[in-house]
Ligand binder design. Structure first.
Ligand SMILES: *Cc1c(COP(=O)(O)O)cnc(C)c1O
Length: 413
């Protein structure tokens, strides 16, 4: 009997449409998700997965958190957008909440993470000219190799990842790159024209790279001594991910400017902010910067609920307790497959031994076992579930990670 051709599955049809009509700037795993709740995601065939990416930490509060959903629905039925041409009654409560939780004195609300980074760059340059006295158009900002701060032209211009920047030039001048974790290189790069050092507390996209102990204390001291603004990009590390509200707390320092995004929305809607506990944001005057959606009432209501959930459900404490537990469990995996494990709180990564296969192969094999992870840089897998994960759910994930990461991909995937 000749085999009967099977009709394409609904998932295959959606993938084909995406392929035809969408720009190919992502290479997703072929799971067609349709529903989420807490740490769980379901695909259109009803298969359930534990989410180990959490929207790159945008979904720290778990998928479709009922309390954030309620805030969204209530606010959406009342008022969504006024633009900043007028005032709205949700903005001040949002400022108050964020200020109370982070100790910041001035806040600039934006939407995406990249916009928060761009806004910080603009503000700190202006501060450099008006307060520090740097000659016009000569401000310099020091950044780190292997940084990830977003995808706009200015930002990819100071990326060191060839695929992020190749053929996208010309780029904005005024940036110097130093190795991450190297205090001597930072000191050597600072000149009288340096207005800021922009850095991630832990480099997320680079593969959860944690700097040497004492690095940030030395950075803080150096920046203060040289009159350089320390900008910490906490868009991924902030809001509980590492087991503190802000990752800077592990280092016992305070940034002058802190960038938050991702989990500020609980995954509902893009919301970011520049937080300043210095004079930097004070240089902005009416008309010099803005955003149609920045600080809109819907975003403000969502962000207040997202922050309340983080604090009142003790998600930060949960990350601090479960992170080391998961990390220890992963350290027991065979070195022939997992040659290194590192992390802080629930921001964890493991490196796959190249001889055992690629991280992508393991991500595919893990998806078959009901765990969704994303590879980064060929050999690294990130484990960063929503912070609502329970110990039982963590054990469930550890068991499956153990099963898949104990055998070589060639045999298993
Ligand atoms: C995700 C991320 C950004 C960019 O955020 P978008 O919302 O994607 O623009 C910037 N910095 C860090 C550290 C990030 O993880």
């Amino acid at each position: 009997m000749s085999p009967i051709a099977t009709p394409p599955s609904p998932a295959a049809e959606l993938i084909a449409t995406e392929h035809e009509l969408g720009a190919h700037n992502y290479k997703p795993l072929d799971v067609m998700l349709t529903r989420g709740e807490g740490v769980w995601l379901w695909d259109i065939d009803g298969n359930r997965y534990l989410d180990c990416l959490a929207g790159y930490s945008a979904v720290n509060q778990g998928h479709c958190h009922p309390r954030i959903l309620k805030a969204l629905v209530e606010q959406a039925g009342r008022l969504t957008l006024t633009s900043r041409a007028f005032r709205n009654d949700r903005l001040a409560p949002f400022y108050e909440k964020l200020s109370e939780l982070t100790g910041s004195h001035k806040i600039l609300p934006m939407n995406s993470g990249a916009e928060a980074v761009e806004s910080a760059i603009k503000s700190v340059r202006k501060w450099g000219y008006e307060v520090k006295g740097v000659p016009e158009d000569e401000a310099e900002i020091v950044v780190c190799a292997d940084n990830f701060h977003g995808r706009t032209i200015a930002i990819v211009g100071f990326s060191t990842d060839p695929s992020a920047r190749r053929h996208f030039g010309p780029f904005a001048p005024g940036f110097r790159v130093v190795p991450f974790g190297d205090i001597a290189a930072l000191e050597a790069a600072i000149t009288p024209k340096t207005v800021a050092f922009l850095v991630e507390p832990i480099q997320g996209e680079a593969g959860v790279i944690i700097p040497p102990a004492g690095y940030f204390a030395a950075v803080r001291e150096l920046c203060t001594r040289k009159g350089v603004t320390l900008i910490l990009d906490e868009i991924q590390t902030g809001l509980g991910r590492t087991g503190e509200m802000l990752a800077e707390e592990h280092e016992g320092i305070e940034a002058d400017v802190t960038l938050v995004g991702k989990a500020l929305s609980g995954g509902f809607y893009p919301i970011s902010a520049v937080l300043s506990n210095s004079e930097v944001l004070g240089v902005l005057r009416p008309g010099e910067h803005g955003s149609t959606f920045g600080g809109n009432p819907l975003a403000c209501a969502i962000a207040v609920a997202a922050l309340d959930v983080l604090v009142e459900e003790d998600l930060i404490g949960n990350a601090a307790r479960l992170g080391p537990y998961v990390l220890e469990a992963l350290k027991a995996l065979p070195k022939s497959v997992v040659n290194r494990v590192r992390g802080r709180g629930l921001m964890i990564a493991l490196d796959i031994e190249p001889a055992a296969g690629s991280a992508r192969q393991y991500a595919v094999a893990l998806a078959r076992e009901g765990l969704l992870c994303k590879e980064t840089h060929g050999q690294t897998l990130r484990i960063s579930p929503p912070l609502v994960i329970t110990k039982d759910q963590a054990d469930w994930a550890i068991e499956r990670l153990g099963k898949v990461l104990s055998r070589e991909a060639a045999a298993g995937a």
